[in-house]
Ligand binder design. Sequence first.
Ligand code: NAG
Ligand code: NAG
Ligand code: NAG
Ligand code: NAG
Ligand code: NAG
Length: 502
Amino acid sequence: MWREVCWTLFILVVRAKDGITAEAISREDFPSDFVFGSGSSAYQVEGAAFDDGRTPSIWDTFTHSGKVLDKSNGDISCDQYHKYKEDVKLMVDTGLEAYRFSISWSRLIPNGRGPVNPKGLQYYNSLISELVNQGIQPHVTLLHYDLPQTLEDEYQGWLSQKIVKDFTAYADVCFREFGDRVSHWTTLNEPNVYTLGAYDMGFFPPGRCSSPFGFNCTEGNSTIEPYIATHNMLLSHASVARLYKKKYLAKQNGFIGINIFAFYLVPFTNTTEDMRATRRANDFYIGWFMDPLMFGDYPEIVKKNAGSRIPSFTPSQSRQVQGSADFFGLNHYITQYIQDDPDSLNNEPRDFQGDMAVKLTFRADRIPNGELPFIPSGMQGVLEYVKQTYGNPPIYIHENGQVTSHNASLNDMSRVKYLEGYIQSLLQAVRNGSDVRGYFTWSFLDVFELLSGYKSSFGLFYVDFNSPDLKRFPKLSAYWYSNFLKGRSSSSNSKDQYLSDH
Ligand SMILES: *[C@@H]1O[C@H](CO)[C@@H](O)[C@H](O)[C@H]1NC(C)=O
Ligand SMILES: *[C@@H]1O[C@H](CO)[C@@H](O)[C@H](O)[C@H]1NC(C)=O
Ligand SMILES: *[C@@H]1O[C@H](CO)[C@@H](O)[C@H](O)[C@H]1NC(C)=O
Ligand SMILES: *[C@@H]1O[C@H](CO)[C@@H](O)[C@H](O)[C@H]1NC(C)=O
Ligand SMILES: *[C@@H]1O[C@H](CO)[C@@H](O)[C@H](O)[C@H]1NC(C)=O
């Protein structure tokens, strides 16, 4: 086994030397204060789900009821909780400048509010210090979906305004304990699609929806709950940002952002209808969060089509939300084509999709064997859209990457091609004035994927989930990214390093 693995690596290294040496672009093409990294999230990478005082999050409950495609869960996953030092070393070898990860709220504060768990505190202190000592910036997400189950049980989590106080108190602990070493904080990951998965379709926890929408949920109301959850998320974000400015900014000089899932949307045809539909779809997907944060209210078309089903901001809430994001994290993977669907506005009852009144399509010819369609110009497209619509706010690309089946070859040429194409497009956007400050691949390791479990992966490193020590192996994409980050001159060193390590 080991002999085979080493031989495979040797072949990969030789190939990498022959061809893929990031000739076209390198890190040097980007500003020196631009930051390049890779990411993960707590539930997807940590494992140790029942160790040292952690209590279940809504994801533990969901996976343990068999709701993931392959019936798997994050109980063990990559066990980064115990292997963080080894992983930080891989990050150093790869040349990462930053690592994006999230904190497990129910590990740090097991009851959702109140006493801090000393073991949880110790873990994040150790991870953050290890990163900082190795020269890697920690970029921390406060909540990557894994709300403590106890808060879901007590008041239905995001459906209650009580969440604002608890989320702010949790953030207060994070800023107080870790803010001396962490300067980039993201409050929430992809709330604009998460609320749809969780409250409209019900395929994400807490798994709520109502007929005829979604997948046979036992509770929920698809027509109103996504709007209510979003409203409480925006108020929570704003409250956390206000706390930071009042209590920590002067001393810690950090930044508070929020993350948004960002399709690049293109009209399916050049008819006026499809072009207008595309603007409307952007207002629903991106404007739903960015308009309140930049301008203080939801887009007009969203308010009009959702009517009384979307909550309103009071004047003081509006003032608090507006301007409360120092940066936006964008997760960009794919381009979608938009067709007008005006008839959906006649439907009753109507959910978010109905209110948006569009049909989303892929171009089927562009989807090879389960991978994401390769349309790298979408990166520049979505960055131009945000620049021109919102006055060029600071952006981090928080996620971008290619999916392959987990057992695919370490020779992940399609991922290399994807990353190279999208980073080239990112460079075009930067050169055209987009205020992008950083880029993170998803994901550093093969992790527990929220929809597909361990069947498909995005990692630069393969994780052998069947081996007792969950051994990590670099894929070709890890070498490619490393060469890109280090510049060609140091590429042979990095390969030698890998060979000696594995
Ligand atoms: C919902 O449940 C019905 C009856 O059990 C079943 O026939 C149907 O396939 C389910 N629909 C979905 C989307 O799971
Ligand atoms: C959802 O909420 C709306 C508005 O309150 C209400 O009219 C509708 O009956 C609810 N639907 C369900 C399935 O509870
Ligand atoms: C729409 O117009 C743009 C710009 O003229 C062009 O690049 C694109 O190919 C057209 N799209 C379709 C579907 O015709
Ligand atoms: C990889 O996994 C897929 C589905 O999970 C399976 O169909 C295929 O046979 C596997 N390939 C190998 C080489 O194990
Ligand atoms: C470059 O930026 C300018 C100004 O924002 C914009 O008008 C132009 O369309 C952009 N170019 C591309 C290729 O997106």
